[in-house]
Design a protein around this ligand. Structure first.
Ligand code: PGA
Length: 250
């Protein structure tokens, strides 16, 4: 049985003080919950404060992106060793907002994924089609291409990654993929991982769904055989709604 993971992607929201308060509220509410893994990914400026607020708890810390070089003249960037020093366990890579607005490509995501794995961080590699691509019947081709190229040259190490299927048309729109639509793509991704890395790794790898997950749809989505939890944006910014979603994974 794969253990479920519910991850909050706070995006460009919260000051350090607001983030620490949100993290403390989540920590308190999930203190006795052990049926799934819980993760929050605040902005870089809040990682230190949130890490302190979560110390010794069952809530893990992650970042929203990183650069592949360990240090040097890369103005504005953050490296894997910097994230590790703040006790980050995860890093989101290739989120559709990074792909659409900040130049992330499958090639850069692949490079970062390898560096994150080498550093002992768990990369959450995001993939997903746009509405146009879905309507043109290209979902499978587009998502397969993203998975294959973002995970290029990795085989056994895929076990240590998390893949997040996030249809672009469902992110922040209130339009969720139906459980059947999401399950179909998740099963396809797991099948692809089986071809790349074999059945054992395909059965072990965590595949999250993201895109307008809310307390009222989380249970049915997480109940699908190939959906191992969620990457939550808007609903992760309130402790109550996030924790309801976490509990739906239990
Ligand atoms: P949303 O965002 O839950 O606000 O749709 C999900 C994501 O972008 O990870």
């Amino acid at each position: 049985m794969r253990r479920k993971l519910v991850a909050g992607n706070w995006k460009m929201n919260t000051t350090a003080a607001e983030a620490a308060a949100l993290a403390s509220a989540i920590r308190e509410k999930v203190a006795s919950f052990d049926k799934a893994d819980v993760l929050v990914c605040p902005p870089f400026t809040a990682l230190d404060a949130v890490g302190k607020a979560l110390a010794g708890s069952n809530v893990r810390l992650g970042a929203q992106t990183m650069y592949w070089e360990p240090a040097g003249a890369h103005t504005g960037e953050i490296s894997a060793p910097m994230l590790q020093a703040l006790d980050c366990a995860y890093v989101i890579l290739g989120h559709s907002e990074r792909r659409a607005r900040f130049g992330a490509t499958n090639q850069t995501v692949n490079r970062k994924t390898k560096v994150a794995l080498e550093a002992g961080l768990t990369p959450i590699v995001c993939v997903g089609e746009t509405l146009e691509q879905r309507e043109a019947g290209q979902t499978e081709t587009v998502v397969s291409d993203m998975v294959q190229n973002s995970l290029a040259e990795l085989t056994d190490a895929i076990r240590n990654t998390v893949i997040a299927y996030e249809p672009v048309w469902a992110i922040g729109t209130g339009k969720t993929a139906t459980p059947d639509q999401a399950q179909e793509v998740h099963a396809m991704i797991r099948g692809l991982v089986e071809k790349i890395a074999g059945a054992t790794i395909a059965q072990a790898v965590t595949i999250l769904y993201g895109g307008s997950v809310k307390p009222d749809n989380a249970g049915i989505l997480f109940g699908q055989p190939d959906i191992d939890g969620g990457l939550i944006g808007g609903a992760a910014l309130k402790a109550d709604s996030f924790v309801e979603i976490v509990e739906a994974a239990g």
